[in-house]
Structure formats: structure tokens, C-alpha cells
Design a protein around this ligand. Structure first.
Ligand SMILES: CCCCCCCC/C=C\CCCCCCCC(N)=O
Length: 509
């Protein structure tokens, strides 16, 4: 069957990063064994999914051997290692848009093909300092600004649940490699959904932190204008228990602001469910299977936690795309407009002429992808003066949601109106990303939570949104839902685990 990945046979690939680190510290397994198991799986699936675009396997194995030596020689005991190096010996992957020393950093732009990073981006450096070992870098969309990971440097990345479908973007290589069981944790970034969309399409967990918490430096392209307030770097992973420790590390000193160690009493939280954006004509209606999955979550929370989940309609959400577009193109505090997409496509030296690129594209001569050319064309007609009406909608939405969520609220909202589309299909539904993009503008933390598979075998999922700096609430809710909905499912494995049957939507009553 050409649409299926080979099944996972190595049990180490079914262990969370936190548990792997524990096993390595306790010498139940060596870091070399774990790193080798992941290299083997990458070599098995990557020729099919094209997710990892440059590896550093030899260096990773050497680093793993050093870790094993360090553990042999450590006299301070397991606790000392856990405290100092919580991810000691655990492999991870990084979106190619981030600097990882010695690895390419083109962000899918052909003119940057030969750019090699000499340093690590700060969140990557923090993970390395916590003992994690990078295996390589993964594919993304051109200039990280599209929901399909396809570019002229590395080609197209495929979805492990159906190779004819997209892996999402812009951190689609991460989504696909983690979803395939060929990486356990990874680093992504998100200015419109680039962590959450690939996590959703590949059935894994991800977290877009509160804006400003994780350092965004060391990724290309740099955000400009007001965009630094919307761009977020965050964790992507297969097991919910890895989200919080990853965030704690990646946030560095800012982690303190999130009180991540505070206990979350789920029964005392206030839950809200918004089933759709209120009907923007630009976006697709929400897939009935996603509506049903969200309803099942509501029922489960009410039955199991004894909470009341309030269903809401928030009319301003209908303008999500217009709000995102207006804010992304607004000038920064210094009055400077953001760098245009056409300038970014030109590699910073000269801007490209979108219509000329379009003409070349039809002749097969453009070094750019169609979505990038399309974005540059749309930009030509975009005003940097957003309408007062849209700004008012944004202000009232911000106020309403912040008041609603406070310090104890969690909102359930679809991640995207459709299940993973076929390759190139987002060209016909380019505004659907607004389901995720709106929360970048609002600066709220959002955890992407998988919810089993659809009748077609594609991942279902949901966004869990919390108030500013309340990341621990959406993270705790995802951890709780993983138990009931079984979290990540192995692609190609249609068998259900014993307690998962009732949560497969195809089986739902
Ligand atoms: C050729 C079709 C192009 C039409 C463009 C229509 C306008 C759509 C505007 C923006 C789409 C951006 C998608 C962003 C996806 C996530 C990006 C991210 N880095 O978080």
C-alpha cells in the first residue's frame, strides 16, 4: 500500500522524551541506543515523507556516546542529572528556519540554499544545554509563510497518515517526522498557525506560548513591524507530558512568569466551547467530524470532571483573517513598516516583481513556489492603513476574550476547518489558517491537542486557548485529554488501543 508508512517495531520509539531521559539517567538504556533507534526510523520513513532535510547523524552518535560516558562517571546521582540536564541524551529535531550550528538555514528560499548556521538559535541552544541531542533540520514552506511545506530547495513534505495529503506548515517537516514516529520532540515557530496546523494534520501535540515568552531570535526571516509580538517559538511532540518541560527549558528565565510548577485543578477551571468562527464567507465551514470530536470533548469534560462547558458564539471571530492581515502589515512602534514579502523573497537585496515571477512560474523558470508568488501579489493590494472597523473588532475581541478567560478559563476552538487537505489544495482555501492566526494577534497561549482519527484515518484535533501567561492551564487540559482520547496514534496502525474505541469518531454514537 503506497499510502502507508512501515509500522513502528522498536519499542523505544513509543516512549516520551521525559521517560527516555529517565531511562537514560537510570542506565536502563543508553543514549546511543535511543539515538540509533531514531536514526534507523528516519532512514526508514524519510525517503517516503521527505521531512528531515539535513541530518547530523554521525555527530549525534558521538554526542550520545559522550552522554553515556558522562552518566557512567557521574557520582552526584540521578537527581543531580535530572536537575541540571533534564533531557540528557534525548534526540530532537529542529525546523530548518532556525539556526542550528553547522546546518543549513535557507527557510526554503533558493537564494539562501548555501547559508549554513554558525550558531544556535536561543531556544535550540537551551534544549542542547538541557542535554538534548539534535538529529538534523526539517522542511518548511518558502519563507515559513504557507500551510504546506513545499519549496524549491527541498521539495514537498508528505503527511504520514496519507502521503497524498499535506503535512501542514510552516513547521510541516517537524509535524511529519514527529507524527511518523521518527522524532519524539521538536522545535517549531508560529505566526499564523505554523506550529498548530502541522501538529493538527500530523496528530501530535504542540504549544504556541504566550507572546514574548520564548526568544524568537535566530530564525529566518526575522519578524518586523508589529510581527515580533505575534511570532512565537514553541514545542512540538508526540506525548503531552513533554510539552511543559520543553516550554520550561525553551522559555529560559521567562519560564518564571508562567508558574509552570503550580498545580492545576481542572475541576475548578471554567471551560468554554466555540464551535466555529461565526461564518466568514472567506473560510470553509468546519468539517462535521471536527464538530463532533469537539462535542465529545465537551461531553467528556462534563461527565468526568463535573464541570459545565459553556457553548459560545463570538461574532468578532468572523473577521479573524482581516484582523490578522491588518495587524501583520501594520507599522511597529518606531513607525517603520514591516519588510514586505516581495523584499524577503528577493533575499533582502532586491524585491521580486510578483507578476514577472508569476510569468516565469508558468514557464517553469521561477525559483519561487506559487503560494509565495501569490502572497507577494496579494500584498500589492494590501493597505498599511487598516479600517477602523477591523481595528475595533480586534480591540473588542481582545477585551472580551481576556475577560472571559481570566486566570482560570480554557476555550475549545477548532484548529482548522478541514482535515489535512490534498497536496496544493490550500491554494483554493488560503484563508482557513485564520482559525489559528487570530490567536497570534491576541497573544494568547494555545495548545494543539490530537483527538484520534477520522473515518478516513486522518488526525482530528482541537485548539485549547488560555488567558495570557496561563499556559499551564491549556497544557494541563491537553495532558488530561490525552488520557481519554489516546493522543498520538501510530500512522498506518488502524488497530485501536483498549480504551480508545469509544473515542474514535468513526465509532461515535
Ligand atoms: C496563490 C494563492 C495565494 C493567496 C494568498 C491569500 C492570502 C492569504 C494570506 C496569508 C496566508 C498565510 C498563511 C500562513 C500560515 C502560517 C504561517 C506561519 N508562519 O505561522
Amino acid at each position: 500500500d503506497v499510502c502507508r508508512l512501515p509500522p513502528i517495531t522498536e519499542p523505544l520509539l513509543r516512549v516520551s522524551a521525559v521517560q527516555l531521559a529517565l531511562k537514560i539517567r537510570r542506565k536502563q538504556v543508553t543514549s546511543v541506543q535511543v539515538v540509533q533507534a531514531y536514526i534507523d526510523r528516519i532512514q526508514e520513513v524519510n525517503p517516503i515523507i521527505n521531512a528531515l532535510v539535513k541530518d547530523r547523524f554521525a555527530a549525534a552518535l558521538q554526542e550520545a556516546a559522550q552522554v553515556d560516558k558522562l552518566i557512567e562517571e557521574e557520582t552526584g546521582g540521578e537527581d543531580v542529572l535530572e536537575d541540571r540536564l533534564p533531557f540528557l541524551g534525548v534526540p530532537f529535531t529542529v525546523k530548518e528556519a532556525f539556526a542550528l550550528q553547522g546546518m543549513p538555514n535557507s527557510t526554503g528560499l533558493l537564494s539562501r540554499k548555501t547559508v549554513v548556521s554558525t550558531v544556535d538559535a536561543p531556544p535550540v541552544a537551551l534544549l542542547k544545554r538541557a542535554g538534548a541531542i539534535p538529529l538534523g533540520v526539517t522542511n518548511c514552506s518558502e519563507l515559513a509563510m504557507w500551510l504546506e511545506s513545499h519549496n524549491r530547495v527541498y521539495g514537498i513534505t508528505r503527511n504520514p497518515y496519507d502521503l497524498e495529503r499535506i503535512a501542514g506548515g510552516s513547521s510541516g517537516g517537524e509535524g511529519s517526522i514527529i507524527g511518523s514516529g521518527a522524532s519524539v520532540i521538536g522545535v517549531g515557530s508560529d505566526i499564523g498557525g505554523s506550529i498548530r496546523i502541522p501538529c493538527f494534520f500530523n496528530g501530535i501535540f504542540g504549544h504556541k506560548p504566550t507572546s514574548g515568552i520564548v526568544n524568537n531570535e535566530g530564525q529566518y526571516p526575522p519578524a518586523s513591524g508589529q510581527q515580533p509580538g505575534f511570532l512565537c517559538t514553541g514545542p512540538m511532540c508526540r506525548y503531552a507530558e513533554d510539552l511543559l518541560p520543553m516550554l520550561r527549558i525553551m522559555a529560559g528565565p521567562n519560564a518564571e512568569k508562567l508558574s509552570l510548577s503550580a498545580h492545576v485543578a481542572l475541576k475548578k477551571l471554567r471551560f468554554f466551547s466555540v464551535p466555529h468562527d461565526g461564518g466568514s464567507p472567506l473560510l470553509s465551514p468546519v468539517d462535521p467530524q471536527l464538530i463532533q470530536a469537539q462535542r465529545k470533548v465537551v461531553k467528556h469534560l462534563e461527565a468526568d470532571l463535573g464541570v459545565h462547558v459553556q457553548e459560545l458564539r463570538i461574532p468578532q471571530l468572523k473577521y479573524s483573517f482581516q484582523i490578522w492581515g491588518a495587524m501583520m502589515s501594520s507599522p511597529g512602534k518606531d513607525g517603520k513598516l514591516p519588510t514586505t514579502f516581495a523584499e524577503l523573497m528577493g533575499g533582502g537585496e532586491k524585491r521580486v516583481w510578483p507578476l514577472w515571477e508569476l510569468f516565469k512560474w508558468f514557464l517553469g523558470l521561477s525559483p519561487h513556489t506559487m503560494p509565495a508568488i501569490g502572497l507577494a501579489m496579494v500584498e500589492m493590494f494590501q493597505s498599511s492603513q487598516p479600517s477602523q472597523f477591523i481595528l475595533q473588532q480586534k480591540e473588542s475581541l481582545q477585551k472580551e476574550l481576556e475577560e472571559l478567560l481570566g486566570t482560570d478559563g480554557v476555550l475549545l476552538y477548532p484548529s482548522h476547518p478541514q482535515l489535512a487537505p490534498k497536496h496544493h489544495h490550500p491554494l483554493f482555501t488560503p484563508f482557513n489558517f485564520s482559525y489559528t492566526g487570530i490567536f497570534n494577534i491576541l497573544g494568547l497561549p494555545v495548545t494543539q491537542c490530537p483527538l484520534g482519527l477520522s473515518v478516513e484515518g486522518l488526525p482530528l484535533g482541537l485548539q485549547l486557548v488560555a488567558g495570557k501567561l496561563q499556559d499551564r492551564l491549556s497544557l494541563a487540559t491537553a495532558l488530561y485529554l490525552e488520557k481519554a482520547f489516546c493522543g498520538w496514534r501510530e500512522p498506518g496502525n488502524t488497530e485501536r488501543t483498549p480504551n480508545s474505541t469509544s473515542n474514535n469518531v468513526s465509532n461515535a454514537t
